[in-house]
Ligand binder design. Structure first.
Ligand code: SF4
Length: 350
């Protein structure tokens, strides 16, 4: 009798599974791909969701995510929430990690977006590739509880890779999915993920990399500097983008100089110039430089000397630089800073 009843339950679950729908947050990495694959293999219809922010360091991210979705055999929706995400970066309720990474608030933000999609798509739950204990700030037990609760998903959030270590989510509690079909991974080792990927025939996935500018020391130093001297309230999307490019120097409370490092960055900096003083060499290859804030005449001159230090000149004692200020162009001759001028390291923001 017990056996028959279990069989009927199991059949009921199986019958329901084909009607189940879930939203899988995909990052393009192995963990989120595996999490989606596990649930797809259980017969649930899954839709992948990728949320784009400004802080991705992987230029091939979308490619990796598209590959992940097609490997698992699910449709993919991508959404750009980079503007909304900036508010989380400016004012994280749960604070920052080792750098300027507001991981807990960021996870809540992404889970909320997935929850909204879950409602729109009439899905029953959301899947993530989170692994208990894998990341110091956002994947310890308390953080997993907080993100599930504050995103509003609660037990509609399934973390298939670590489900055996966590309280039952709705799909398990309802018997739609059996606990023993889910994973019991924890910690930072990736051996189990790699073994499972082999088992599931998933071979094309990127190696884990940094991934997020907000975890990087240099970007975070620039962000702290801009929060301090520009003010969070005044910062808009291009201000955050500018922090990605060039060498940054804080000359004074009211003057900051950005010197491009290559042609690509020069072009990007020119495109992000919103009325800043712009400096370019005339007769020699060299960087495009922006001077921001409210610089004095002397600070503009010093910025030109600094920019000249990065020009391809050979022992020139003076370099001609074109200056564009408030739409007016002029030419100045400047002496490049010596390579070991202490002001360079003193001003540098890193
Ligand atoms: S590493 Fe970056 S993208 Fe990932 S949760 Fe933290 S802040 Fe968000």
């Amino acid at each position: 009798m017990i056996i028959v009843s279990k069989y009927e339950d199991s059949m009921k679950a199986m019958r329901n599974r084909s009607e189940l729908r879930a939203i899988a947050l995909l990052s393009g990495g192995l963990d989120s791909t595996l999490a989606a694959a596990i649930v797809v293999n259980l017969g649930v219809r899954v839709v992948g969701l990728h949320i784009a922010t400004l802080f991705d360091t992987d230029r091939k991210r979308l490619e990796h995510i598209t590959t992940a979705a097609s490997t698992v055999g699910i449709p993919l929706v991508t959404t750009d929430l980079s503007t909304e995400h900036l508010e989380i970066v400016k004012y994280p309720k749960h604070g920052y990690g080792a750098e300027m990474n507001p991981c807990i608030d960021c996870r809540i933000f992404m889970l909320k977006a997935a929850g909204e999609m879950m409602k729109r798509e009439k899905a029953q739950f959301v899947i993530t590739g989170e692994v208990l204990g894998q990341r110091p700030m956002s994947q310890h037990r308390h953080a997993l509880e907080v993100t599930a609760k504050e995103s509003g998903l609660g037990n509609r959030l399934l973390r298939p890779l670590s489900a055996d270590w966590l309280p039952d989510s709705l799909p398990v509690a309802e018997g739609w999915i059996q606990r023993h079909d889910l994973g019991c991974m924890q910690g930072r080792s990736r051996k189990e993920q790699v073994a499972l990927a082999d088992q599931l025939g998933i071979h094309d996935y990127p190696q884990p990399a940094g991934g997020c500018l907000l975890c990087e020391k240099t970007y975070s130093a620039r962000l702290r500097d801009t929060f301090c001297y520009t003010g969070k309230n005044k910062m808009t999307k291009p201000d955050f983008s500018l922090l990605k490019y060039g060498r940054h120097f804080r000359l004074s409370e009211s003057a900051k100089t950005i010197v491009g490092r290559n042609e690509r960055e020069n072009a990007i900096l020119a495109g992000l110039n919103r009325g800043y003083v712009q400096i370019e060499p005339i007769d020699t290859p060299g960087p495009l430089t922006l001077v921001m804030g409210n610089p004095t005449v002397n600070e503009i001159h010093l910025s030109a000397c600094l920019a000249a230090r990065y020009c391809d000149h050979t022992d020139q004692t003076s370099v001609a630089m074109k200056l564009i200020q408030q739409g007016e162009a002029s030419v100045i001759l400047v002496s490049p800073f010596d390579d070991d001028d202490p002001r360079i390291s003193h001003w540098r923001i890193e």
